[in-house]
Design a protein. Sequence first.
Length: 182
Amino acid sequence: YKALDEFVCNFILPLVVEFVNLNQFSGNDHLWKYKKLNCKISIIDELIKEYKSTEPVNTRKIALLKELGRAAYNNPLTEATHSSRIMTFAKILDNKEKLRARKIVEAITQHENSSVKNCPVCGVDTLIAYKDSELELDDEGNLINAYDYTYRLVCECCGLSLNSGFSEAKSYGLVGIENLWD
């Protein structure tokens, strides 16, 4: 996938940006572009910037950006994408989606070692941080140390899904996303 990512980010995305900036295509972003992220990161700009950098490409950053983009396309919330005329109807639909996601989160967190965070994509408190515990024992089996860690993040609203192979977004130079792995 590295070669495909390089091709898309170096050649296709810059071309797309040039096209959509033309007057003929202006204002039609809603027809093809992902919904804006709650964290305000511009995925396309970040992908292009990563490949234009003189530093080696950070494949984990690319994977994180691609997952944020996938979740943004799957984000069921519509309010921010509509004009004010149909905003009230969109708000009704969005509230239904948020309620559904919150009920799922409530059911899961009652039976799992987990916590709930605000999702950087949809902005709803439906990002479940699944946790596990690690125990350190001495040679006789006595507990020396115990700690919890997050091994997976899943948003029940937009579908964002990250595993523990990712670091905090700020370590990739992405601002606007709170610490998710603590």
